[in-house]
Design a protein around this ligand. Structure first.
Ligand code: SF4
Length: 238
């Protein structure tokens, strides 16, 4: 089933309802700076470094590429077939929201340990909100044993990466791993309410939100050039 929202759209919607609307209906209007692209690349490199400590994992993105709506069924099949499955980019969908989890490890009892990888060196509120929507979706699909955020350890000594013999053991000092399971579970009602509000926004025309400080926080919005043009083109779109 095609999804309506993703975790990135959810985070965009928390920043600005107009940005959410543009993300869904006019994503080609987004413009990213070279610095933003460089940060995306650095984030991917850090994520890859963490993933490389799980040598036996199955990477769904290698098989399914951009066919994201196929990820949930493939994920379910792999988890059902292999009690000890370790998956990269495992897909889950609930409440019209599709999330792809960076690393998912299935325990013997079938519950999941989930790791979301972030390249920053602090545990930001945005990271927690990103994790909260993932936990909301995944916990409605499977039993979640733990949900952790992995971010950069400032005290890194650039030592070689080491494989985890036990995936829940932080054996590499380049990564800080924080278990947020209880905190994320407590946000379930808030996430559900936010999703409902976002779905409602998407049933209407483009919001006439004015630019302001919110265009820069927590991320520089990629639609600033469009919104700053001073005229609305939404009648062309819907
Ligand atoms: S530039 Fe500002 S007002 Fe326009 S979509 Fe982005 S955050 Fe919203």
């Amino acid at each position: 089933m095609a999804h309506l929202l993703s975790k990135s759209k959810y985070i965009r919607g928390l920043q600005c309802e107009r940005a959410l609307w543009l993300d869904v209906y006019q994503p080609r209007l987004a413009r990213y700076t070279r610095e933003q692209m460089r940060r995306f690349d650095a984030g991917r490199d850090f994520e890859y470094a963490f993933k490389s400590t799980f040598p036996a994992a199955i990477d769904l993105s290698a098989e399914l590429k951009r066919n994201v709506d196929a990820y949930p069924d493939r994920t379910a099949a792999l988890l059902d077939a292999n009690p000890a499955a370790v998956l990269f980019e495992a897909g889950f969908q609930y409440d019209d929201v599709l999330v792809l989890a960076d690393v998912v490890c299935q325990r013997e009892d079938g519950a999941l340990d989930i790791y979301e990888v972030k390249s920053g060196s602090t545990l930001s509120e945005t990271y927690k909100k990103d994790a909260a929507v993932q936990h909301y979706v995944i916990s409605h699909c499977r039993q979640v044993n733990s949900f952790s955020i992995v971010y950069a350890n400032k005290q890194s000594d650039n030592s070689e990466y080491s494989d985890y013999s036990n995936y829940s053991d932080n054996s590499d000092n380049r990564f800080t791993i924080v278990d947020l399971t209880e905190n994320l579970a407590a946000q379930s009602d808030t996430v559900a309410s936010n999703i409902a509000a976002m779905k409602d926004i998407l049933t209407h025309g483009e919001p006439a939100t004015h630019t302001g400080q919110h265009c820069l926080e927590p991320y520089a919005c990629p639609y600033q050039h469009y919104c700053q043009q001073g005229f609305r083109q939404m009648s062309l779109f819907r």
